[in-house]
Design a protein around this ligand. Structure first.
Ligand SMILES: [Ca+2]
Length: 179
């Protein structure tokens, strides 16, 4: 339901831009258009705001509004960096759900992934064996042995809760030769 509302808000947002452009283009030719412009825009602003607020309350949209997202990645690291000849780097992270929202009691950390080089997805493993709690430590190993020394590897760590909200961290790994 909330996903549908978010989608509807996006669609309305697209329409409102087109309607605003049309009205702006034609307002010099018609007094009626000039009168209609602001009430119509007001309708879009209120409706989009209402739909977006609904999405936030049910916690589906990630990064849609300026409120703090959940979960929070508190600590994260990639080692070794620079690689100094190592063919594998280890990504470690600690993430928590904070009790800041009404529905927080139903939320838990349920996935961690690393997107490597903007394409390959590596699943993080919960160090206690399962993503099922409000706090999880996680770890993932990423093979970089096929990369040229001197290159950089982008790693995007994303941690999700069971409402599909995410927090993310970006790393650049320097691939270097053994010292
Ligand atoms: Ca666990």
């Amino acid at each position: 339901m909330a996903k549908a509302r978010g989608k509807l808000a996006d669609i309305l947002s697209g329409w409102s831009k087109r309607v605003f452009k049309y009205l702006s283009d034609h307002e010099s030719q018609s007094r009626v258009v000039r009168w209609l412009k602001h009430p119509i825009l007001g309708f879009f602003v209120i409706t989009i705001g209402w739909l977006s607020a609904g999405s936030v309350l049910t916690g589906i949209i990630c990064c849609y509004t300026p409120i703090m997202t959940e979960p929070h990645i508190l600590e994260s690291s990639v080692e070794p960096n620079p690689t100094a000849g190592a063919d594998t780097v280890t990504v470690k992270a600690n993430a928590v759900i904070e009790e800041t929202r009404k529905e927080a009691d139903t939320l838990y950390i349920n996935e961690g992934i690393c997107i490597v080089g903007f394409s390959d997805t590596i699943q993080m493993e919960a160090t206690d064996g399962a993503f099922d709690e409000k706090e999880e430590n996680m770890e993932g190993k990423i093979y970089v042995g096929d990369r040229e020394p001197g290159s950089k590897v982008n790693i995007d760590l994303e941690v999700y809760n069971n409402a599909d909200e995410c927090d993310s961290r970006e790393f650049w790994v320097d691939v270097t030769e053994e010292e």
